[in-house]
Design a binder for this molecule. Structure first.
Ligand SMILES: NC(=O)c1ccc[n+]([C@@H]2O[C@H](COP(=O)([O-])OP(=O)(O)OC[C@H]3O[C@@H](n4cnc5c(N)ncnc54)[C@H](O)[C@@H]3O)[C@@H](O)[C@H]2O)c1
Length: 456
């Protein structure tokens, strides 16, 4: 990642070096040096080995799998050769979208057996992530597995073991981790821009039916068009239920609720930005307030997470909230708060807010200062900017592209990815334990370094 050397939205010209030095040295230098309040973030791509074609296959061709595949096909030298899904309609859509010559099947092992597949995207519901990922790596395929890496906290070690045994590139799909916004936030935190971190919070508000997982069910949904037996092969046996297939997020046999679906993204970003391995205490509360449509998961969830002091960060607290009955629908943020300021982190923007100077015209403050022997001179101060916005340049391809590009580059260079199986497990585990805490009505304890649950 490179910062644009000169650009800034309001015509202020400021070099990154000056800003970085100012931020490192603290507020007085920011005050002295940083006259601009906007900076552009720029991504530079080096498409190493673009001539080496990487053949991919998609397993789970629904919303996210299709989106991941379209993103992968933007990376130079990537070709889609095969698609697997359990519903006929999705296989027909795949052929329409990507060409009648792609191989399609309902059996993922037929994909893994193909010699012309280098890597697979696993974008099935959560309960299939572990099995397919492990099988794929043992079949010699690199894996891009959607988040959360696993469906239950007990499933993580098997994925880590398979990655270590096979040496295949394995990346989890929390795409924000590769974004310009996450990289900038990491750099700013390290440079001391918000002082010492003590608190972080994240929030999602949703309201619309589709946003809260009431997806449309195709009219032709039946055991003729859906391979239901395979779908539930690793879950409790039940008769065919189209809601459990097409609205799987609402059921604990297949999905991971709000925490596994949404909190996990923020764990990934937060751990990337802070270098943290995760929290050691997790407690949740919430309830089902409105969407009484047979779902087994809450529609309001609050999670509180205690991060202990480590060599790379101080102790801090994290509060995550999700509300599916929120009239402000659409509000989402991740905020890191420190002793000197705070930053709101998005994939293509970081908004850094610093402490304001106290208004010295307040009589109470003037009196307190007088009592402390610090009389005001009456002369006005030079004020630092209260807010600095780091914004991605127009045309930025975004976190999803960067994440997929990192995956393909690692395949070509035999390199590493940030969000590997260990990172993915450390992000998934607190989210899954948040669900466990909710259902058990009890705090959960986790050793993030050893990746083990501890007795409550
Ligand atoms: N990274 C992100 O921002 C993001 C966003 C949305 C979803 N996701 C993740 O992507 C995954 C898929 O979510 P979605 O919204 O696309 O769901 P979806 O229901 O739209 O798609 C899932 C597809 O998997 C198929 N499927 C189910 N079991 C299968 C199996 N055993 N083998 C082959 N295909 C199977 C289904 O037929 C369906 O077409 C989930 O794990 C979800 O958490 C990630």
């Amino acid at each position: 990642m490179k910062e644009h050397p000169e650009a800034s939205r309001r015509g202020f010209i400021k070099k990154l070096a000056t800003t970085a030095a100012a931020v490192t040295a603290g507020s007085s230098l920011i005050a002295a040096d940083n006259k601009g309040t906007f900076h552009y973030l720029k991504q530079q791509y080096n498409h190493i080995g673009a001539n080496d074609q990487v053949n991919i296959a998609l397993i789970g061709a629904g919303g996210m799998g299709s989106s991941d595949t379209s993103t992968a096909l933007q990376v130079p030298g990537v070709k889609l050769v095969a698609v697997c899904d359990l519903y006929d309609g999705r296989l027909a859509d795949a052929k329409k979208r990507w060409g009648a010559d792609i191989f399609t099947t309902k059996h993922y092992k037929e994909i893994l057996a193909r010699k012309d597949v280098d890597a697979v995207i696993v974008a099935t519901p959560d309960h299939w992530h572990q099995q397919i990922s492990v099988d794929a790596m043992h079949a010699g395929k690199h894996v891009y597995c959607e988040k959360p890496m696993v469906h239950s906290v007990t499933e993580g070690p098997a994925v880590i073991k398979a990655q270590q045994e096979t040496g295949k590139v394995f990346q989890v799909g929390s795409q924000g981790v590769s974004s310009l916004g996450n990289e900038k936030a990491r750099e700013l935190l390290k440079a001391g821009a918000i002082g010492e971190l003590n608190y972080a919070e994240g929030f999602w508000a949703r309201r619309g039916a589709v946003e809260v997982w009431q997806y449309p069910i195709p009219e032709d949904a039946s055991t003729q068009t859906v391979d239901w037996e395979t779908y539930i092969a690793n879950a409790p046996k039940r008769p065919f239920d189209s809601k459990r297939f097409f609205r799987w997020r609402n059921y604990t046999d297949y999905g991971t609720g709000m925490a596994g679906d949404l909190f996990v993204h923020l764990f990934s970003s937060l751990h990337f930005i802070t270098g943290s391995m995760g929290p050691n205490k997790i407690y949740a509360s919430g309830g089902l307030r409105y969407w009484n449509d047979g779902r087994e998961v809450p529609d309001v969830l609050l999670g509180t997470f205690d991060y202990g002091k480590t060599q790379v960060h101080p102790a801090f607290n994290l509060s995550l909230r999700c509300n599916f009955v929120d009239g402000t629908s659409g509000t989402t943020y991740l905020r890191l708060v420190g002793s000197e300021g705070a930053m709101d982190v998005e994939w293509d923007r970081v908004t850094l807010k610093r402490n304001k100077m106290i208004d010295n015209s307040d009589p109470f403050y003037i009196e307190k200062m007088r009592q402390m022997g610090q009389a005001q001179s009456g002369r006005k101060h030079m004020l630092p900017p209260e807010q600095i916005v780091y914004d991605a340049e127009k045309g930025y391809l975004g976190g999803p592209y960067d994440h997929m590009n990192n995956f393909i580059t690692a395949i070509r260079t035999n390199g590493k990815v940030v969000e590997d199986a260990i990172f993915g497990y450390r992000a998934a585990a607190p989210a899954l334990l948040c669900n466990d805490s909710y259902y058990k009505n009890s705090p959960m304890f986790w050793d993030p370094e050893k990746m083990k649950t501890l007795k409550s």
